[in-house]
Ligand binder design. Structure first.
Ligand SMILES: [Zn+2]
Length: 67
């Protein structure tokens, strides 16, 4: 038996990798809002690894903006 949790997919923000995303418009399934960075738009599905990767590059881009 395979472990279903190992590669489980969840919805993540494509901008910052957060899992705190909310479906804001019932009529429009592709519109989501990220509670962390304020992103609004289509959300992506990924596993934990992917979410961490996006989050890291998001933090990098924040650093670059400040300079
Ligand atoms: Zn976000």
């Amino acid at each position: 038996m395979e472990c279903p949790k190992k590669n489980m997919l969840f919805k993540i923000c494509p901008k910052c990798g957060s899992k705190k995303v909310k479906w804001i418009i019932p009529q429009n399934w592709s519109m989501w809002k990220c509670m962390v960075c304020g992103y609004i738009g289509p959300i992506i599905e990924g596993n934990k690894e992917m979410s961490e990767e996006i989050h890291e590059s998001y933090l990098e881009s924040l650093k670059n903006k400040k300079d």
